[in-house]
Design a protein around this ligand. Sequence first.
Ligand code: ADP
Length: 295
Amino acid sequence: MELIINNLSKTYPNGVKALNGVSLTIPQGMFGLLGPNGAGKSTLMRTIATLQEADSGSIQLDGIDVLHDKQAVRERLGYLPQDFGLYPRINAETMLDHIAQMKGIGNKSERKEVVASLLNRVNLFKDRKKALGTYSGGMRQRFGIAQALVGNPSLIIVDEPTAGLDPSERNRFYNLLSEIGENTIVILSTHIVEDVNTLCSNMAIICTGEVLMQGTPKEGLALVNGKIYQKTIEKSELDHYRKDFHVISTKLISGKLSLRIESESDPGNGFEPAAADLEDVYFSFISKKVDPITI
Ligand code: ADP
């Protein structure tokens, strides 16, 4: 099973080019779509989920023409959107039962079984009678996954799912997603590099509507390995360093600035070689498109 996106473009009526010739091949497993806010991730996710139209290009899911045969896609799709609304007074069990009914599971006892199994899977069975409005952020997201899983989808799209989760909730959510990724295509759109690092076997970096890199995280790392150097400087010195070096990221640590630069050769000047991580890969590509200090 494969999702193939070919030369997809979309310009909004206000003139913003949100997708600019996007081509991606997305295999089974967890696929991380990484990009800063405004990169075009949600536009791409909504287009794959048949919720909005592209101007040009094509998307194929196992021989289905996604842009034209929307119903066939919807039957195979589970979607957890970024702004996932819940009916606050309804409990999880009733809501899932309702969604299962809408997805065509007409038989009441079959539905009961499906709902119980999903609630167990996302570890919400004991909270099934609680109103959704009382759920924590992590519980909401796990419920979001449960509703996306109704009907055994072969393509699951989750848009910025870990924003606002605390570290333990995030871990639980990671475990849940990696289980699901074993036999479906899961596209995880995020601006959090750690999400992709932890979960994804394949990834792409997008920015200003363009694909800047696609491959495995390991292939990404190979592109910057041996080119990352680090130095701790005073905040006031940053502008000076930015003039002379390709600064890819800065981090404030105890009032001082830890600066990471990319350089083909040893830059001297007190810089130390640093082991590259996925964040370096991300910032290396993004910094060629937008100012990394403002990301
Ligand atoms: P991301 O999900 O990566 O943050 P989006 O797809 O939401 O990116 O947005 C890509 C660009 O398109 C941004 O510049 C955004 O402001 C713009 N955009 C998104 N939706 C609309 C819309 N409905 N009308 C006009 N511009 C939009």
